[in-house]
Ligand binder design. Sequence first.
Ligand code: SF4
Length: 341
Amino acid sequence: MNAPLQSVDSRRAGALLEVRNLQKFYGAARTWFSRRQYPVQAVDDVSFDVARGETLSLVGESGCGKTTTAKSVLRLIEPTAGSVRLDGEEVTGLGREEMRQRRRDLQIIFQDPYASLNPRMTAGDIVAEPMRNFSLDGLTSEKARSERVKWLFSKVGLRAEAMKKYPYEFSGGQRQRLGIARALALSPKLIVCDEPVSALDVSVQAQVINLLMDLQAEFGVAYLFVAHDLAVVRHISHRVAVMYLGKIVEIADRDTLFSSPRHPYTEILLSAVPAPTPGKRAERRVMSGDPPSPANPPTGCRFHPRCPLAAPVCRQVSPSLTPRSDAVGAKTAHFVACHVR
Ligand code: SF4
């Protein structure tokens, strides 16, 4: 089992989002060499917190469970086990209507802005729809909603005239701005950003990331940010959690993680990131082998078949996510799941 509940709790008292021992297993997958069927352990025993107004990024290779974790928090995917508390209230046990009401505080920005927008609705209607669904105080009339949509458009850098346009009339970056306006419509406390810029041109990515940061500074919204682009993660995050094969292997504040990674997997992952200072780039290290199947993960530390530091204990005992006290200058606790580091 990963971090004991109390150790994660105590380090971020008063957190907005508290995720404890989250697990998502999918059915069973037959392996090539065996008739036995194993459940796919997409997310296994994941615990973390997100503070108000904070950005916590989940990073890792494809298939590491970062998107499944984020969608389980929103219950777009039903978790197999574990606890998700928002503002102190458990959300995993809520019924359909209670959960619908709770979604006012929990919104999402999707990776593909085009696929996430109804092509038959105008941009203004897309942003107004959540307000209609929740009949917010002061927003019960069409006129009031239209005024708020206009205001939201200005906040995300869209012109008021665009309210009458349809999604196909927007560029990719504008469509993502529309998705952000829709996510903000109900003044949520937390937004899950699921690879929000990976489908955009590089030239537009920085604009959208800076917009998200400006909106966070203005409205105090927290982000659970899922991404594989570590340069983007470095720019937007306050803290970063690194996932490998369904588990968190390291969590630290952004500067500590990028300057002093402890987990061997994090070190290899970060060696591919361009250094901000020319000529200071660390030697690029290549990961050996392919990630094991989440339907039949290795015993002990899940990273041991690919780890250059693996010791005999690593094959037997799964390392817990525990705090490291030697992180000089770290702004928040640095947690690592490794027997050696
Ligand atoms: Fe490598 Fe062992 Fe640490 Fe796992 S516990 S990352 S195998 S050294």
